[in-house]
Design a protein around this ligand. Structure first.
Ligand code: PMP
Length: 355
């Protein structure tokens, strides 16, 4: 056994546990990682094949063409876009770019499980603020948790794993209350699935406030989870700092071309997103008619706050052929996938219903 000590902060850090923690068995459907159930479009597969002939070379370090295409698609300057190996890596780069050792990062909890890890890796200290029983972020409490040591506030909207989106008025109040030298990172990994008319518009907040950074990804709505492409939108000076912190050549040539092809196919991909949103409504409606209390979801997953029944539910679901994601002692997150997967899941849910 190695006697080299690991960083002390690692001692209590829960690891990021991807996908299913239950026996896979014969499970046919994977609803445990908020992936897109649709296979890649032929045009995206063709872009990947074309890119493959160049993999003896390093990729374009700053993903110039992709960066410009992203910027054009959201009407910001290319200097404001920083790509990376998934938005989870970009989050790490953002924190490393602004946090001094011991700085505080205020974050909702429960939220995306990578947050505490990324904060610790950046040498900062996470300050968790409880999410309400309705699964909604408590923005006044996030603002109230700010101290002179606070460098960053994380806002996850829609919140993973509970589902609701932050409303525009709530975000406006938070941004008005927070000092301008505190960075507000709005994690919009699921923004394309949002249909709540009251939901906050991250790009509008970015345009209005110089301390806002957005995080977005090609992993969910664009269906490129396996290629790892995400990006930050930040004011140019901040964006330059995030680039300094980034892993060199962090987005492969294959991933850059696939993301570009996906942007070109955005209409078709957003039609798929619409179908997932319809399926989400069915899943929510039937679960509620079965007697479950389910928070609103503006993402591609729903949340059952099953408490200490979470792991048992996930095991029953896996035996029925559907992998879902238990957070022990807290709840189960179910991604919206194929209609057949919803049907199977709903059978398990009916058998375990609180009624
Ligand atoms: N933010 C949130 C809220 C997420 O749920 C995820 C993925 N689970 C990510 C960021 C990271 O996505 P990726 O690294 O695949 O871009």
């Amino acid at each position: 056994m190695s006697r080299v000590p690991l960083r002390r902060a690692f001692a209590d850090l829960p690891p990021y546990v991807p996908g299913a923690r239950v026996p896979v068995g014969a499970a046919a459907y994977k609803l445990s990682s908020n992936e897109n159930p649709y296979p890649p479009l032929p045009s995206v597969v063709a872009a990947v094949a074309d890119a493959a002939v160049d993999i003896n070379r390093y990729p374009d370090m700053y993903a110039t063409e992709l960066t410009e295409a992203i910027a054009a698609s959201i009407l910001v300057a290319p200097e404001s876009v920083v790509t990376g190996c998934g938005s989870v890596a970009v989050l790490g780069h953002v924190l490393q770019a602004v946090c001094e050792s011991g700085d505080e990062v205020v974050m909702p909890w429960r939220s995306f499980e990578a947050y505490p890890i990324a904060i610790t890796l950046a040498g900062a200290v996470g300050v968790p603020v409880p999410v309400g029983a309705d699964g909604r972020l408590d923005l006044p409490a996030l603002a109230a948790a700010v101290t002179p040591r606070t460098r960053v506030i994380l806002v996850c909207t829609p919140n993973n794993p509970t589902g609701p989106a932050v409303h525009a008025d709530e975000l406006a109040e938070l941004l008005a209350a927070v000092p301008k030298d505190v960075l507000v990172v709005i994690d919009e990994a699921y923004v394309e699935f949002v249909r709540d008319p009251l939901a906050a518009d991250g790009l509008a907040a970015f345009a209005e406030h110089s301390n806002v950074v957005l995080l977005r990804t090609f992993s969910k709505a664009y269906g490129l989870a396996g290629l790892r492409v995400g990006y930050a939108v930040a004011r140019p000076r901040l964006a330059a700092g995030i680039r300094m912190a980034s892993t060199p050549f962090g987005v492969s040539h294959v991933a850059q071309l696939a993301a570009l092809a996906s942007l070109r196919a955005v209409r078709e991909l957003m039609t798929r997103v619409d179908k997932i949103v319809v399926e989400r409504a069915r899943l929510l409606d039937v679960l509620r008619s079965q007697g479950w209390t389910v928070p609103d979801s503006q993402a591609n997953f729903v949340w059952l706050a099953l408490g200490d029944q979470s792991s048992a539910f996930a095991e029953r679901s896996a035996r029925a052929g559907v992998l879902v994601r238990p957070f022990a002692g807290d709840g189960v997150r179910i991604s919206v996938g194929e209609p057949e997967a919803t049907d199977l899941l709903l059978e398990v849910a009916a058998d375990s219903s609180p009624r």
